[in-house]
Every structure is written in C-alpha cells, then in structure tokens.
Ligand binder design. Structure first.
Ligand SMILES: Nc1nc2c(ncn2[C@@H]2O[C@H](COP(=O)(O)OP(=O)(O)O)[C@@H](O)[C@H]2O)c(=O)[nH]1
Ligand SMILES: [Mg+2]
Length: 356
C-alpha cells in the first residue's frame, strides 16, 4: 500500500480556475507516479498566499481535520511553500507536508537509472534542501526563537549545512566530468546535423525517436519515463544523415533546481541545429503545455529554430486538426504510434538541413 495523500490546490488572484484544475489533475498523476494514492482533493480560492500558512490558518485547520479523519500520511500542496510555511503546516496538520517541487524531484529520483541522472537529481534535491536549511537558520536566529532554539540546535544546523555543501560540491565536480565527456563527444560529431526532441512529459518524444531511429528507447504512459539523453544516427531513404537526441521531458513549474542540475543533459537540446517540439495534441491543455515547454527552452537558452510537431493525430478529431493547421501553418502533424505523417516530418528535417 502506498502513502495516502491529500492534494491541496489554490486558485490565486486572477488565475482561471480551469488552469488550477488542470494543474491539480497533473499533481494527482504525479502523486500516483510517486506511488501514493490520492484520497482527497481540496481547492481553495484566495487573492494571494497567506504568509504563515499559504492557505490561511482556518483552511489549514480544516485540512488538518480531514487528514486526521481519513488517516492521511501526506498532504501535497500544488504551489511551492516557503520553508517556514512548510514547517508551520507540518506542525498544524500533524502529518508530512510536501510541495509540487519536492514531488517532482521525488519522481525524478525514482526514475533515475544512469549514474549521470542520479547525480543530477541528487544535486537538485540537495540544492533544494540547502535553501530550506538556510531559511530555517534565519528563523532560528530570529529573536522570537527564544531560549532553547539556539545553541546546539544552531550548531547541528551548521553541521548539516556543511555536510550538504560538501556533497553539493562533490556532485558538481562529478557533473563537470560528465559535461567534459559530452563536449568531447559533441566535438567528434560536429559537422553532422543535430536534431533534438523536446516537449512536455508523455507527449510521445521517445515513441517518435523509436519511429525515426529504431532506437529501442523506453516509452511508457507515465510521467518522466526518460531522464537521460539518447542520441542515434538516422539515415533517411534519400541517404541523408542526421543525429537525433531524445531527452527528459518538461512540465509546468518544473523546479528550477532540476533545470539547473540537468544542464549537462539539456545541453544536447541547446546545441541542436533544430528542435522538434513534440505536442500531445489531443490533450485539452496543449496550449498551456506548449507555453510551459517554451518557457523551459528559454530558461536553458535554447533560442534556435523550433518545429512544432503535433503528435497523436490518430486520436485527434478533424475539427481540432483543421483549427490547429489554420493557426500553425508551419507545423507538422504526425502519429508516432502508427507512422502517419512521417514522410512530411522527414521532408521538413531535410529542408532544414539544406538551409544550413
Ligand atoms: N495514440 C497515440 N499514442 C501515442 C503516440 N505517440 C506516443 N503515444 C503514447 O504516449 C505515451 C507516452 O509516450 P512516450 O514516447 O513515452 O512520451 P515521452 O514522455 O514524450 O517520451 C505512450 O503510452 C505512447 O504509447 C501517438 O502518436 N498516438
Ligand atoms: Mg520519453
């Protein structure tokens, strides 16, 4: 039996409620991916977060009661909590409290297989924990902390902080080596046209990789099945060659610690000549997902040409398809699953190669 989780979403300010609903649906999938079972959902509307409890003390007490009644192990907040909010909520709710960022990092930790991915996830988690400890330190040295909160407590904190800092330095050194290896590899491949797949998690990037390159990459109907970068050579019927890279998918509000620590992996996207931005087209939230992917691409500095690839057309109705074609004249429509549109996509890649 997995942990029993209550999810808490907050519709802030002028956010359309539908956006928070979609975000909560996704949080629910994330929680299940991490092995939890979702037993309750709480949605609240407020103009801005409460400084002390995020959802406000009254709502927090209500969630506490619900947690007690349903014997929940865990309460997951859809928004990022400050260290002091997380601590205050933990005390009030009487069970473990985590936020979206921690949940996403947890899933990354579950999925990490290669040494590189493991170090990258560890670095992200440590950076996150370190920023929390730094916050705790400030609170503990607050005059309001009182007798008993300083002294040994502070020293323990100092020790933890030093241990974490040492470990962070270790991870960074290891990743430097990986980056160096990748750079050498890339140098040996320079001259060959490079195409990178990017997109929301579960959009079908790995399936498309397997279609084009017969790569045998793991594809699954789950979030973050792929964390590593896989590069294969594709030889088209015309005889032309290019390198295709499949890599980690993105998500709304991807914790920036993860983006930062996956720098070596994401460098493959930054260095590509062409980005295939794969979209889960039948998904109602495709526009928000496209925006989320573009914001991560911006964050990593991938400013090059992007070709929108509307995938899963086998499950798309005609009306939606015509509408998308009208609004995105440059896009390609494919089904990575049954191969429809493959010729179009290959022609577009060839055209991009010719332009270079
Ligand atoms: N119906 C349909 N399903 C697809 C298509 N492409 C991928 N999928 C499914 O979508 C899920 C996620 O695919 P995957 O390639 O692992 O996504 P990734 O996270 O972007 O790498 C899997 O269950 C795939 O079988 C498609 O063109 N049509
Ligand atoms: Mg994948």
């Amino acid at each position: 039996m997995g942990e029993r989780a209550i999810l808490v979403g907050t519709v802030l300010g002028r956010t359309p409620p539908a956006d928070e609903e979609e975000s909560l649906r996704e949080l629910s999938r994330l929680a299940e991916s991490a092995g939890a079972s979702v037993i309750d959902l709480v949605v609240q509307r407020r103009p801005r977060p409460d400084a002390a409890y995020f959802v406000g003390k009254g709502k927090a007490a209500e969630i506490g009661l619900a947690a007690e009644r349903s014997a929940a192990d865990l309460v997951i907040f859809d928004h990022d909590l400050s260290p002091s909010q997380a601590a205050a909520l933990g005390t009030l709710l009487g069970c473990r409290v985590i936020d979206r960022a921690e949940l996403i990092m947890d899933i990354f930790a579950l999925r990490a297989r290669s040494a590189e991915a493991r170090i990258q996830v560890e670095l992200a988690q440590l950076s996150y924990r370190f920023s929390r400890l730094a916050g705790a330190g400030i609170e503990m040295s607050d005059p309001g902390g009182g007798i008993g909160t300083r002294g040994p407590g502070e020293k323990q904190l100092e020790l933890d902080r030093r241990k974490i800092r040492d470990r962070i330095a270790h991870c960074k050194r290891e990743l430097k080596k990986v980056e160096q290896q990748r750079r050498t590899q890339r140098k040996s491949r320079s001259g060959t046209f490079k195409v990178a797949l990017a997109g929301y998690t579960n959009a079908g990037k790995s399936t498309l990789m397997n279609l084009l390159a017969r790569a045998g990459v793991r594809t699954e109907d789950r979030l973050f099945a792929t964390l590593d970068a896989t590069t294969r050579q594709v030889v088209l019927r015309s005889g032309e060659r290019f390198l295709l890279t499949d890599t980690v998918g993105f998500i709304r509000r991807l914790p920036h610690q993860l983006v930062a620590s996956f720098k070596a992996t994401l460098e493959e996207v930054v260095e590509a000549d062409l980005i295939l931005h794969v979209v889960d087209t039948p998904h109602a939230a495709r526009l928000a997902e496209i925006a989320a992917v573009r914001s991560v691409l911006d964050e990593i500095g991938a400013g090059q040409t992007e070709l929108l690839v509307f995938n899963k057309t086998d499950r798309l109705d005609d009306h939606t398809r015509r509408e998308l074609e009208w609004h995105n004249p440059g896009a390609v429509f494919v089904s990575a699953l049954d191969g429809t549109g493959r010729g179009d996509l290959e022609a577009r890649i060839t055209a991009a190669m010719a332009r270079r």
